[in-house]
Design a protein around this ligand. Structure first.
Ligand SMILES: Cc1cc2nc3c(=O)[nH]c(=O)nc-3n(C[C@H](O)[C@H](O)[C@H](O)COP(=O)(O)OP(=O)(O)OC[C@H]3O[C@@H](n4cnc5c(N)ncnc54)[C@H](O)[C@@H]3O)c2cc1C
Length: 444
């Protein structure tokens, strides 16, 4: 089977630009054999490789990444590794109490896994820490979302803290927010630094990594799998596809996955004067109370102070987007930034980018053994930083014959539900995104 589309994400992620250059891994130039070949070096692929290396250190594990490490969505996101789902309006959160508790416990399993990664392959606090996050509300509607969320948290026995407008200002330096709901369990990461740190760690533990090596064809040969790349091939006993929505490019889950782009911008470095003028804490992370609002982070490390903002969304069934569209959507970040930080009127954006995300209609992953010895750890839905990590870990455990409540839960999930035929899927999808963005109002 020829791989239909290779990954594409527009713009350069600021996260990769503000950190020291990572290790460079070779391109695959000579054919090799592997016990397990993993396609994709994001949260899912690298977590699968680490777990395999922990469970069966003698097996030869090879990771193939189409681009440089951290150039995909795993190095382009906002860095919230969330334990308690925040998208109140989504099906994710309307399940039974047991289901919600199971989701939270699995997200925490992922955070614990990442925490151990950050301990073992030492990462500084600005790369990985667990300070919690704030659900910020900028409008009465947003506040109502938070009230509803807080009721749900109470019901689940989850801890949270209310922040009033004054505390929000003291934290963020912005008087844009009416209130906030602080939840303590979210890990906040520098996504590109975490991913390159994880890659370096598993590489030193014996996992082989090839970058700039897209898999362009996959075929079963006898009882093994052959992965063709532009210059060579891998002959593997087992394969894990950890390519998120691109699993559809490999011919699986066709018309069962929803592909969308999200967009982010990062300011230039703030001067010391601007840091003073801004005030607030030097690091915080805020997700919007309305799922279609703006995610905002204040980052600092080694004298580098910046603000990162994320909003805007586009429907992308072909897993591509034009530069023009990215420019239009990321220019809108300037308005969201000015509304929150009018005192930083001179501050411009250094980096603007987009990245692909994969959802399914029934919020289930594309997980499991697709064919004999071909595994999928894809379609992470809304909380892909945590869920990507977990699905990679669980794919490795599935391969090694381990069992756990999370693995059982993943294995029992239904298939991603089929999309309606075109053009109805795209018309409906676009309309619902536009409506969500319109309703978000001031929260954007
Ligand atoms: C702007 C933005 C902000 C976001 N913020 C958050 C957030 O704060 N919290 C959160 O939970 N989620 C967030 N997300 C979503 C999150 O980034 C993704 O869900 C997550 O990266 C999924 O991880 P993954 O490893 O499954 O897939 P990916 O990160 O997409 O990794 C898959 C890898 O496979 C590679 N690949 C694809 N095809 C091939 C091929 N043929 N051959 C070889 N390699 C291939 C790709 O290059 C890629 O590196 C955000 C996304 C974006 C774009």
């Amino acid at each position: 089977m020829k791989v239909r589309n290779l990954p594409f994400d527009p713009g350069v992620s600021g996260w990769t630009q503000i950190m020291p250059a990572g290790l460079e891994y070779p391109e695959l130039k000579q054919s090799q054999t592997a016990d397990v070949a993993i396609v994709g070096a994001g949260f899912a692929g690298l977590s699968a490789a680490r777990r395999l290396n922990q469970l069966d250190p003698k097996s030869r594990v090879i990771v193939l990444e189409a681009r440089r490490i951290a150039e995909g969505s795993s190095g382009r996101n906002s860095g919230f590794m969330i334990d308690v789902p925040h998208n109140l309006g989504s099906k994710d959160y309307l399940g039974t109490l047991d289901d919600d508790l199971q989701q939270i416990s699995m997200n925490r399993e992922a955070i614990e896994f990442a925490n151990q990664v950050a301990d073992e392959f030492p990462m500084p606090e600005d790369t990985f820490s667990i300070p919690g996050k704030i659900n910020g509300a900028a409008s009465e509607n947003g506040h109502k979302f938070n009230l509803k969320f807080a009721k749900h948290l109470d019901h689940l026995g989850e801890r949270f803290e209310w922040l009033d407008a004054k505390t929000m200002k003291e934290t963020t330096g912005s008087d844009f927010y009416l209130s906030g709901l602080k939840m303590p369990g979210t890990a906040i990461i520098q996504p590109a630094a975490y991913i390159t740190g994880l890659a370096r760690g598993i590489y030193t533990s014996g996992v082989e990594i090839f970058e700039n090596t897209p898999v362009i064809e996959i075929a079963r040969e006898g009882n093994r799998w052959k992965l063709k790349t532009p210059a060579a091939s891998i002959d593997a006993e087992r394969v894990v596809l950890a390519v998120n929505g691109h699993v559809e490019s490999f011919g699986y889950f066709t018309r069962r996955l929803i592909h969308i782009y999200l967009y982010a911008s990062m300011t230039r470095r703030l001067t010391q004067d601007e840091v003073q003028i801004l005030g607030g804490e030097s690091r915080w992370g805020l997700t919007p109370s309305d799922p279609f609002g703006s995610t905002v982070r204040r980052i600092s490390g080694a004298g580098d102070n910046r603000i990162v903002i994320r909003n805007g969304i586009s429907w992308a069934p072909n897993r591509t987007v034009s530069a023009k569209r990215m420019n239009r959507l990321t220019q809108a970040h300037d308005r969201s930034f000015d509304a929150r930080f009018p005192q930083l009127g001179e501050v411009t954006m250094d980096y603007r980018w987009g990245g692909l995300l994969c959802l399914s209609r029934n919020s289930v992953p594309a997980f499991g053994e697709l064919e004999e010895n071909l595994f999928s750890a894809c379609c992470q839905n809304g909380l892909g930083v945590a869920k990507g990590t977990l699905s990679g870990k669980l794919a490795a455990e599935l391969i090694c014959g381990s069992s756990s409540p999370s693995l059982e839960y993943f294995r029992q999930q239904a298939q991603p539900r089929k999309l309606p035929p075109e053009p109805f899927a795209s018309i409906g999808g676009n309309l619902s995104l536009r409506w969500g963005e319109f309703k978000a109002g001031k929260e954007k």
